[in-house]
Design a protein around this ligand. Sequence first.
Ligand code: HEC
Ligand code: HEC
Length: 250
Amino acid sequence: MHLRALYLAAFLAACSATAALPVLQGSAAAQSAPVADPIALSDAMTRLQLQHAKLWFAGKLGNWALASYEVEKIDLTLEAAGKLLAAEGSIRSQVTRTKEQLEAVRQAVRLKNLSVFTKAYSSLTNECNGCHRANGYASIAIQLPAIPPVPNQLFVDQVTEGKALARASCGTCHVIADVAKESSASRPPAPDFPEIVVRSSFSADAIRQLLSSGHRRIGPAQAMANPRLTENQIEAVVAYLETLRVDRSR
Ligand code: HEC
Ligand code: HEC
């Protein structure tokens, strides 16, 4: 009997505990009001999470073109997520505040300034969490990404690296980018890169082949010493040459 009463009390206590939870969540849900499409909102937020992480690595590694790309994607995703959340005044103002912080990040990216970027990025992250807390999702806490979000994307600025590499290891013989500025009488007769990249024979694979050739001297007339680049360096040079070609054919 006594035991049964205890069980009953425990049961009742458990009931009221679980009953309290929906009340808590309910008040949170009441704030974020009806979400027309909860799956779409969750998808948008998950996308935002990925773009937020990519933005960090792009900025940290000085890949300002990629950082700028991610800023614009975040802007679009935020706008879409804002529409999915109830069109309530308080949520609108949270979206606006987050966009203001995003604007600060955009400025930092324009300035290519890492310390300004780091500060603005932290404030942006605080706005993510501020909105989560205001809407009853304090448990969704975003932080500075510790590791790159995907293993199959390069966050360094490959093209800029490739250009620097080309200057250092090809520039003694080839004109790298600007025929008017780089031509000099002391240079051996090697074809200019801006000319090479528009040849019909030009392809990324041909360059890879040429640069990874095991021969000491490479090139059609065996005129070019093998620059002995690593695979990553070859890819960077290829990336630079391909960008040069796109620029030339515009
Ligand atoms: C305007 C308010 C608001 C802002 C700003 C906001 N979020 Fe959210 N976020 C929410 C809400 C509401 C949810 C819960 C959505 C749901 O599941 O119903 C959420 C959920 C999430 C989730 C969990 C998604 C899932 O399905 O697991 C992640 C991750 C997330 N947000 C990331 C971010 C990041 C990163 C930022 C900033 C760049 C951000 N959010 C900015 C309102 C916001
Ligand atoms: C020591 C001078 C020298 C260096 C350094 C050098 N090249 Fe060359 N390269 C040449 C010469 C000379 C030719 C022309 C060969 C010919 O047409 O017979 C050539 C030709 C080429 C060609 C054209 C090949 C073809 O099929 O027509 C490419 C592409 C090329 N070089 C890329 C590079 C790259 C990339 C680097 C740096 C990683 C580099 N070269 C470094 C001298 C050099």
